[in-house]
Ligand binder design. Structure first.
Ligand code: NAD
Ligand code: TYD
Length: 335
């Protein structure tokens, strides 16, 4: 297949691009704005593949997008492009509204113009928090943060293009991803790198919040299944096999890195913090997908990857990330 992968320079998008090139023999054009989270380093091992191409641009930029679509001549568009960190959405929601609402709209128009199959990559956070039980595709949307609210808005736009214009559009909603190449603002890579450096491990509130963890290669594979076998107009949830409280995850990281539990610090809770996410994946399993990586094994591999790949994260930790980290954690960690 010839694919245009928007947002493919980020964590999951680059994992998906690698998987489609290596395991499916697809032609992949990545179109990405390269925000702080998008990095050409994520293509270090696929950049030279003749079936791979990278074009820099924003999905809300109609002209740049049209040029990329012309160059890639895709059979399908898969959209990963997003601002993805809840804490940043609380501090500065602007880019979230622009990319998720305006960007998704412009991209849908481009897909409609050529009648392309379209997969929107979305999140379980659009359903909000659930104390007991599990979200299905029928659960109502009840997002809590500017991140999840704008992602829900994007999902509704996608569905409107299916209903109104007959666009062959599908949505795949994943639970919390972890694995190599994840920007260290998210829980697992942040804690791994801080643990390895002897820094504080900042837990929001009591740390009893629960997340449903999925390895990025499993989520990428679920998106591939939806792309190839999904029913247009439908939503597919893809959750991981394990649910863990944040404290349990961080304690395990302390053990795996040989850090000390005394590095753990409880800091002010995130405003509007969702207590628990849990996702039923029966519908995507019926397409032939199943998660392969259990959390215990995947976390060990992920810690080893960060330990062995300083070349990837050293430029991040010494760049703009420091200013972000200071803004987000400075006051609560230093008193
Ligand atoms: P990421 O932050 O690592 O990457 C996002 C990518 O999108 C970056 O390469 C960035 O440069 C690009 N981008 C941002 N705005 C853009 C724009 N306007 N135009 C073009 N490119 C733009 O994110 P990720 O964790 O890889 O997430 C990818 C997708 O998966 C997102 O849609 C996210 O909502 C969804 N998702 C993520 C998770 C998770 O746990 N990380 C879970 C479920 C769903
Ligand atoms: P995060 O990785 O930001 O993903 P999301 O908010 O999209 O689920 O956070 C995962 C969980 O970890 C969430 O409950 C918030 C918590 N958390 C901390 O306790 N400390 C931190 O420094 C971060 C980044 C997250």
């Amino acid at each position: 297949m010839r694919l245009l992968v928007c947002g493919g320079a980020g964590f999951i998008g680059s994992t998906f691009a690698r998987q489609r090139l290596r395991e499916h023999g697809d032609e992949v054009t990545v179109f990405d704005k390269l925000t702080y989270a998008g990095r050409e380093e994520n293509f270090h091992d696929i950049g030279e593949d003749p079936r791979f191409r990278f074009i820099r641009g924003a999905i809300e930029d109609r002209e740049a997008l049209a040029a990329a679509v012309e160059a890639a001549s895709p059979e399908a568009i898969v959209n990963f492009a997003a601002e993805t960190h809840v804490d940043r959405s609380i501090a500065e929601p602007d880019a979230f509204v622009r990319t998720h609402a305006l960007g998704t709209y412009v991209l849908l128009d481009a897909a409609r113009e050529r009648d392309l199959r379209y997969v929107q990559v979305s999140t379980d956070e659009v359903y909000g928090s659930i104390d007991e039980g599990t979200f299905t595709e029928e659960s109502p949307l009840a997002p809590s943060s500017p991140y999840s609210a704008t992602k829900a808005g994007a999902d509704l736009l996608v569905q409107s293009y299916f209903h109104t214009y007959g666009l062959q559009a599908l949505i795949c909603r994943g639970s919390n991803n972890y694995g190599p190449y994840q920007y260290p603002e998210k829980l697992i890579p942040l804690m791994v790198l801080n643990a390895l450096h002897g820094d504080s491990l900042p837990i929001y509130g009591d740390g009893m919040q629960v997340r449903n963890w999925i390895h990025s290669t499993d989520f990428a594979a679920a998106i591939g299944h939806v792309l190839e076998h999904g029913h247009p107009g439908d939503v597919y949830n893809a959750g991981g096999p394990d649910e863990e409280a944040n404290m349990t995850v961080v304690r395990r990281i302390v053990e795996l890195t040989g850090a000390s539990e005394s590095q753990i610090e409880h800091v002010a809770d995130r405003p509007g913090h969702d207590v628990r996410y849990s996702l039923s994946s029966e519908k995507v399993r019926a397409l032939g997908w199943e998660p392969r990586v259990r959390f215990e094994e995947g976390l060990g591999q992920t810690v080893a990857w960060y330990r062995d790949n300083g070349w990837w994260w050293e430029p991040i930790r010494s760049g703009d990330y420091r200013a972000y980290y200071e803004r987000q954690y400075g006051r609560s960690l230093h008193g």
